[in-house]
Design a protein around this ligand. Structure first.
Ligand SMILES: *[C@@H]1O[C@H](CO)[C@@H](O)[C@H](O)[C@H]1NC(C)=O
Length: 397
């Protein structure tokens, strides 16, 4: 990931330094908006008395604590149903064919319908409510369909990812007693099948990419049921079953963290805990919280709860999420094509962008001067509580 970060940050840096001149001029000429906050920005939370140094934001009502924002969105399943309603069946999940210059969209109702079919397919394959389903894949439409297929049947999902360490999947599959895994490509399918003897619970693999004859052969040999994503959807369509939606207390996911000490550990999260988390963040964001006119670019691994929480925020308010092509070096193109308004980021990525921008600017005295002017004027504005979005004035109340 490191070298690819270099790459994106490089191209972003070039674009940013180019835009700085215009920005500096604009900032110097427009009238400053006045924004008031009734608390000190250097002390945005206060300590609750009687508790062990628990702090609470000035924006949060003291009691009761927020566990959901909308009566009709208390589980992740309900969040998706609500998104369908409030967006008027708007676009929900988008992807880009390699080389294509536009995103294609799956609308909310289709997401619900396909997830329902996929879930019925899993039931037909003897999974039941309470089963654990692994997702071993880059972010894509099928991941989210699998997620919501499982939620609709009160099953739980477990993301599996390579950065957990070599062969961490055997640990995860065994510990969570996973019987079915969804893989995006054949490489991952084969890796699982090769270690099938170490994973007695694993019975079924659903692969998104086309399945080769040799993989089918191999699966048969190791007694693994290998199907394509399409086949599973069709199986469910042919054997429909009513939904069995989760309760807020139902386990939604087990999220493995690559602990710095010892082996990865699974964190059990209920629908209620995820919805409460997302709702609290949305409340804090106030007017700037995402809504149905927002578009999010998804490229941080879905194994990050942060990324998934952001998606839930978009789903519950009817926004849309587009996936990157799967190649971090082409993230730039995805930015340009999708024109996202929400981009979940991590500090490491932002630091890299900062360094690259500085590096680019240092090559030229004028650029360097303009950049430091822009940064100074941004800082000065922030100190005066002025928030700007895309060079348009946006008062953050
Ligand atoms: C709660 O939300 C924050 C912000 O979206 C996120 O970073 C964090 O991972 C979430 N925690 C859990 C346990 O979902």
């Amino acid at each position: 990931m490191d070298s690819s970060l270099q790459y994106i940050c490089g191209s972003i840096a070039a674009a940013v330094t180019g835009a700085v001149a215009t920005a500096a001029f604009y900032i110097a000429t427009r009238p400053p908006p006045k924004i008031k906050r009734n608390f000190d920005l250097n002390s945005q939370s206060e300590e609750l008395s009687g508790l062990d140094h628990v702090r609470i934001s000035h924006l949060t009502p003291k009691a009761p604590h927020v566990s959901y924002l909308f009566e009709d969105a208390q589980t992740l399943h309900e969040c998706m149903v609500r998104g369908a309603r409030v967006s008027g069946n708007g676009p929900c999940l988008g992807w880009r064919e390699k080389g294509s210059d536009e995103y294609q969209w799956v609308h909310y109702k289709e997401v619900l319908e396909r997830a329902k079919n996929f879930g019925a397919g899993l039931l037909h394959k003897k999974l039941k409510s309470g089963s654990f389903v692994g997702i071993y894949s880059l972010n894509n439409v099928e991941c989210v369909l699998t997620e919501y297929a499982c939620y609709g049947r009160s099953m739980s999902i477990v993301p599996i990812y390579d950065t957990l360490g070599p062969k961490a999947f055997t640990l995860v599959v065994n510990e969570a007693e996973i019987s079915a895994v969804i893989c995006d490509n054949e490489e991952k399918t084969l890796a699982l099948i090769n270690d099938k003897n170490e994973m007695p619970t694993l019975k079924l693999i659903v692969q998104v990419a086309p399945i080769s004859a040799s993989a089918k052969e191999k699966a048969k040999h190791f007694d693994v049921d290998l199907m394509s994503f399409k086949e599973m959807e069709e199986l469910g369509r042919a054997h429909p079953q009513n939904l069995n939606p989760p309760k807020p207390e139902t386990l939604a996911t087990v999220c493995y963290t690559s602990g710095t000490t010892g082996s990865p550990k699974g964190v059990m999260l209920t629908h209620k805990s995820i919805v409460a988390n997302v709702s609290a963040v949305m409340l804090q964001l106030g007017e700037t919280a995402p809504g149905s006119s927002d578009t999010m670019l998804s490229f941080l691994p879905l194994a990050h709860m942060f990324e998934r929480c952001c998606q839930v925020g978009l789903f519950m308010t009817g926004g849309k999420t587009g996936f990157y092509q799967g190649d971090i070096r082409k993230l730039n193109e995805d930015f340009r094509t999708l024109r996202p308004t929400v981009i979940p980021c991590v500090p490491r990525l932002l630091n890299r962008m900062f360094d690259k921008i500085q590096e680019e600017a240092n090559s030229n005295k004028l650029k360097k001067m303009l950049l430091s002017m822009a940064i100074e004027s941004k800082k000065a504005e922030l100190e005066r509580y002025i928030g700007l979005n895309n060079l348009e004035l946006q008062a953050v109340k």
